[in-house]
Write a protein of this length. Sequence first.
Length: 122
Amino acid sequence: MLTASYANWAMSMQAFNRGQPGLGVLLGGGLALWSFWIVGTWLGIHFGNAISDPASLGLDMVMGCFLLAMVVGGERNLRMLVIWSIAAIASLLAYWYLPENSHVVVGALAGGLAGMIRGGGK
């Protein structure tokens, strides 16, 4: 759900940056994501062992593709470069030195904190 919510947020931010209202995209997308989350959870409970090696099908690349879409489709300025760089460095350090999968949370928190510190200016 986390990667899907990134895409939902990215789509609403793109609409907002174009001067369009993004709240409907955010809420409507959120409701659709929640519905699919419930169905996907049920499917995972009942059929979760059907794919024994997700990496062999390339399913381990889903989060990377969403993050790439957010970077490519987002603002392009020095502020965003600094924020994404801090998030990437923090995530890599967490990947190397912290428990498995903690790099996702660490990168998100580091990027969010960098964005708060840098403020909303460009």
